[in-house]
Design a protein around this ligand. Structure first.
Ligand SMILES: Cc1cc2nc3c(=O)[nH]c(=O)nc-3n(C[C@H](O)[C@H](O)[C@H](O)COP(=O)(O)O)c2cc1C
Length: 197
């Protein structure tokens, strides 16, 4: 299904095309495809080139790990995420490795890596959907995440599927028009609140 963004200015095609599906086809990405998707994250910029991102990845062909990951999601996400072939977690190192001091930019670095991952996936015909609705403590325990690392987000990767497979409320969200605030509300010039465009 296509849900292209109605942009007010031209953007890269994959940015316009990307969206976050909840219905998924059963297709499983190959190991090489997944490697490319995570390679894109690897080359993200980061403060002091600290590369604080870590990923825990489970795939449907390892049912035990996938179910363990699924049980760490909040109920409203389990309903649809269980149909995706890949379920993963984004983890952030809290401290710089070069001096052991807290890294205030770690979350930003991880967000940049996640953005690159999502666009790489999109360019290869896969979609990613990020989730805040999960239980960080459960993930830490289930996957033995050490101290000094923060659970930032869960996400799935898969091929967008048929919205008819979703419960009614999610089907509506899956097909609703995609909205964004106007640039005038988020990009300022001179003083705060004075729109640039
Ligand atoms: C940090 C973050 C957390 C999110 N958490 C959830 C979530 O728990 N469940 C969900 O269904 N979608 C979640 N989303 C997806 C957003 O709802 C979605 O990106 C937003 O509505 C815009 O839609 P689009 O990605 O299709 O353009 C999250 C996205 C981000 C970036």
């Amino acid at each position: 299904m296509e849900r292209r963004a109605k942009t007010t200015h031209p953007v890269l095609e994959i940015i316009a095309r990307r969206w976050s599906p909840r219905a998924f086809a059963p297709d499983l990405p190959s190991k090489d495809e997944l490697a490319s998707i995570f390679e894109a994250a690897r080359w993200a910029p980061s403060c002091f080139n600290g590369q604080p991102w870590r990923f825990i990845v489970t795939t449907k062909d390892d049912a035990g790990s996938f179910q363990k990951a699924l049980s760490c999601l909040r109920e409203q996400n389990i309903i649809w995420a269980q149909n995706a072939p890949v379920l993963a977690f984004l983890v952030a190192g809290e401290n710089f490795e070069h001096n052991g001091k807290p890294n205030p930019w770690s979350d930003l670095d991880c967000g940049l890596a996640m953005g690159q991952l999502i666009l790489q996936a999109e360019s290869m015909g896969w979609s990613a959907h990020v989730m805040a609705g999960f239980h960080p403590d459960k993930v830490r325990e289930a996957f033995k995440v050490p101290e000094g690392f923060d659970l930032l987000a869960a996400f799935v990767i898969g091929k967008a599927g048929d919205p008819e497979t979703l419960p009614e409320d999610l089907k509506e969200r899956e097909t609703a028009s995609r909205e964004r605030k106007p640039l005038s509300g988020t990009v300022f010039s001179g003083n705060w609140g004075r729109s640039m465009f």
